[in-house]
Each structure stands twice: as structure tokens, then as C-alpha cells.
Design a binder for this molecule. Sequence first.
Ligand code: HEC
Ligand code: HEC
Ligand code: HEC
Ligand code: HEC
Ligand code: HEC
Length: 199
Amino acid sequence: MRTLALAFGGIGAASLAALFAFGRPDSQAQQQTQQSKPAADSIAAPAISDTGSLKGPRQPIFFRHDIHAGQYKMQCQYCHYSVAVSPEPGIPTMQTCMGCHLVVAGRDSSAKVEIRKVRQAWTEKKPVEWVRVHYLARHAHFPHQRHIKALGPNACTTCHGDVSRMPQVFKVNNVNNMGFCISCHVERKVSRDCSVCHY
Ligand code: HEC
Ligand code: HEC
Ligand code: HEC
Ligand code: HEC
Ligand code: HEC
């Protein structure tokens, strides 16, 4: 609780729970809220002085998975809300961010600068234009929901690596190499008909 009190500038644990419940976009809010509270065994994300040396494309706002999904153990599906039901995993709206960042301003100057950008995008009603990291050519189709159903809700690491340890998302596997798809489909005896992926 000590690090929490620091992170939230002295707000108590009870109001923290309320904070995490704020602005949930769907009816599973209650259940997921419980899971999104930072756990006692969470590992503090490192301070980063040289962002230029990080792997992956630079994003318009320095959003850190290692803080949100790592240190605070937020579930992937809190933000990538449609990954189990749709081909597209979903990218959170600013409303999801503001559920916390109306109150959470950041502990140090670099966090404050980045969070100010979040608030500005919200007040100006300008969605953030995140740079895509994984992007298939238009002739190939990848249905997330089919894979999550077959491989489980924690299968993200199989293809994306351990995103919860990444300050900035980068590509661990070359998903644009058809062999990456085919080798697992062979192993798992899934269809390899061209028309399954190309249409
Ligand atoms: C607080 C919200 C939030 C949580 C929780 C979250 N993400 Fe994200 N995720 C984002 C945002 C915003 C982006 C776009 C910006 C970026 O790439 O960092 C993103 C991008 C990504 C990308 C790159 C997408 C691309 O362009 O290819 C992957 C992969 C990803 N997330 C996986 C995960 C996984 C796996 C988890 C759980 C361990 C997770 N995310 C948890 C908000 C979140
Ligand atoms: C459940 C609460 C919660 C949600 C939802 C959330 N954040 Fe955060 N965010 C935090 C906490 C807690 C911190 C750590 C603040 C600190 O210690 O400085 C943080 C830190 C940050 C930082 C500063 C990172 C740094 O450099 O230290 C940025 C930028 C940020 N969040 C952006 C976002 C964006 C963009 C979204 C929506 C996609 C989002 N957050 C959603 C709780 C949340
Ligand atoms: C079997 C491999 C695989 C698994 C498992 C997987 N993904 Fe992906 N993911 C991909 C591929 C391939 C793309 C690029 C899809 C495209 O461009 O159409 C992608 C794209 C994404 C994107 C970017 C989407 C966008 O609209 O910007 C996010 C976010 C993402 N994945 C999150 C997740 C999360 C969260 C999980 C786990 C719940 C997960 N993925 C599991 C292969 C996978
Ligand atoms: C780690 C293993 C794994 C990887 C990597 C993988 N897949 Fe799959 N894929 C599966 C499994 C398992 C299924 C079966 C899901 C089911 O039974 O519904 C599946 C099913 C599919 C389906 C639906 C098949 C059907 O019969 O309708 C498509 C389309 C597909 N994958 C495309 C891709 C593409 C494109 C990639 C690479 C970007 C990829 N997959 C990478 C394991 C994988
Ligand atoms: C499991 C999914 C899957 C199946 C099955 C599949 N492909 Fe692909 N294919 C892909 C992906 C993913 C790419 C890379 C797309 C990109 O560049 O982003 C690709 C790329 C290609 C390309 C572009 C050149 C290249 O090598 O990158 C051709 C041509 C191609 N596939 C033909 C085929 C043919 C013919 C079949 C049937 C024998 C087939 N594919 C079956 C997923 C699949």
C-alpha cells in the first residue's frame, strides 16, 4: 500500500477502488474492477531516462504497458475489450483512460507531461493516433476471437511476447511472415487452406 499511496498522492486504498471502478465502459465493470487493482506482489516498472533507445515505434503519448498491465496488473481485456469476441481486439477510448486520469496526474515530471497530453486529447475531443505495431497486409485475415477461444485468454504472449514488461510495444514475432501462422496451424492441426486466411 505504501507505493500506492505515493502513486496516488495520498489517496486511500478505498477511494482507489472507486477510482478503478470509474468510467467502466461495460457491465462487467464490477468483476474486472476487482482484478484491476494493483496487487501486493506487483513489480515496480523501472524509471526510463532514455526513451530513444526503446524498441518499437514511438507513440504520440508515452503509454506504458509495464506500468498499467505490469505494475498495476490491469487485465489486457480491460482495454482490449473485444479480443475474445471479435477479429479486432479493440483499442481503448480516451474515456477509458480518463476513468483514472481525471485523478491520477503522475508521480514525476515526465509522467505528468505525458498524462497532460491524455487530458488535453480528452478536452479537445481528439482521439490519439496510435502507431500500429502489428499490421497484416489487406489480403490476410486474422480473427483474434478464434485464437483466444482455442488458446485461452492469456495466449497474448504466444504471439506478442510479454507486453506487460514492455515500456513501449514492439514486435516480438514477425506476424507478416506467413510461416509464423502456418507452423502453429500445422502443429495444432488447424486448416491451412489458402482461403481460410486469404479472402
Ligand atoms: C490501460 C489500457 C491497456 C491495457 C490494460 C493493455 N493495453 Fe495494450 N494497448 C493499449 C493502448 C492505448 C495501445 C496503443 C498504444 C501502444 O501501442 O502502446 C495498446 C497497444 C497494444 C499492442 C500493440 C498493438 C499494435 O498496434 O500492434 C499490443 C500487442 C497490446 N496492446 C497487447 C496488450 C496485452 C497483451 C495486454 C495485457 C498484458 C495489454 N495490451 C493491456 C492499452 C492497454
Ligand atoms: C485503472 C486506472 C488507469 C487507467 C484506466 C489508465 N491509467 Fe494510465 N496510469 C495509471 C496509474 C496508476 C499510473 C501511474 C502514475 C504514476 O505513478 O505516475 C498511470 C500512468 C500513466 C502515464 C504516465 C507513464 C509514465 O511515464 O510514468 C501515462 C502517459 C498514462 N498513464 C496514459 C494512459 C492512457 C493513454 C490510458 C488509456 C489508454 C490510461 N493511462 C489508462 C492508471 C490508469
Ligand atoms: C495467434 C497470434 C495472436 C494472439 C494469440 C494474439 N494476437 Fe493480437 N495480433 C496478432 C496479429 C497477427 C495482429 C495483426 C492483425 C491485423 O493486422 O489484422 C494482432 C494485432 C493486435 C492488436 C492491434 C490491433 C489494432 O487494432 O490496433 C492488439 C491491440 C492486439 N493484437 C492485442 C492482443 C491481445 C490483448 C491478445 C491476448 C488477449 C492478443 N492480441 C492475442 C496476433 C495475435
Ligand atoms: C500459436 C498458434 C497459432 C498461431 C501462431 C496462429 N494461429 Fe490461427 N489458429 C490457431 C488455432 C488453434 C485455431 C483454431 C481455432 C478454432 O478451432 O476455432 C486457429 C484458427 C485460425 C483461423 C480460423 C480457421 C477456420 O477454420 O475458420 C484463421 C483464419 C487463422 N487461424 C489465421 C491465422 C493467421 C493469419 C495467423 C498468423 C498471423 C495465425 N492464424 C497464427 C492457432 C494459431
Ligand atoms: C494461417 C493463415 C494463412 C494461410 C493458411 C495461408 N496464408 Fe498466405 N499469408 C498469410 C499471412 C499472415 C501473410 C503475410 C501478410 C503480410 O504481409 O502482412 C501471407 C502472405 C502470403 C503471400 C504474399 C507473399 C508472402 O510470402 O508474404 C502469398 C502469395 C500467400 N500468402 C499465398 C498463400 C497461399 C497460396 C496459401 C495456400 C497454399 C496461403 N497463402 C495460405 C497467412 C496465411
